[in-house]
Design a binder for this molecule. Sequence first.
Ligand code: PEP
Length: 267
Amino acid sequence: MRVDLALTTLHRSPSPNHYTGGNWKCNGTVAQIKSMVDVLNAAGPFSANSEVVIAGPAIHLAAMKKTLRPDIAVCAEDVGFKKGYGAMTGEMSAEMLVDSGIKWTLTGHSERRVGFGFPGETSEVVGIKTKNAVDAGMSVMACIGEMLADRQNGTTMKVCAEQLEAIKKALKTEDWKKVVIAYEPVWAIGTGVTATPKQAQETHADIRKWLAQNISPAVAAETRILYGGSATAANCNELYACNDINGFLVGGASLKAEFVSIINSTK
Ligand code: PEP
């Protein structure tokens, strides 16, 4: 298949075509979550075609769901490795999230893959969790991305392809409708160092090409690919101007009022 030719049609905009994810990580007292919700609820209408999804700490999900404006979806930061209910101490299964009205989850965030003092999740685990979520009716922001050494060695796409391959192995082609890819170079997460628009666009285009070659041109055209890694109000418009960037996954700045400017960034 001449995928390069097919790629000329890949920029049909997925709909809604501007996606902003927030990731509050392990942040927020009850009072701080309430004040962030108040800021977002008071922010006025978002741009047309905008989809906003915020991942919050497990303990705050129900309160977020109850108090956030209805045009912001609430997202778990992780989902169970096992399905259903039962003897799985500490797990939060996809079915349990859906039962509580939570329809989105992150999978494979680098802080879970690389770990923070505990052995991290393998790509295979990320694939299984992604499939569990989709099977339960959830949508997923599946995170991928390379470490600094990978970028320096020129193996960025090799690493991303290995992470995508494990998700592909777990999913059926139709499941990709429920998946948004968050490309998050690990060296840019929480560091204040943002990928340049050129670096981000090149990798996003490579990811789209991988989807076309390995899943289908239609999936490549329709899958939203988000950029994550020190995205801010100051750099979001320049990044969002890139053809293959369909929005953002935002950590630190999603806890600040500037998140609204990122939601309202325009091409
Ligand atoms: C993230 O945690 O997914 C992230 C992108 O964080 P930050 O925006 O703080 O780099």
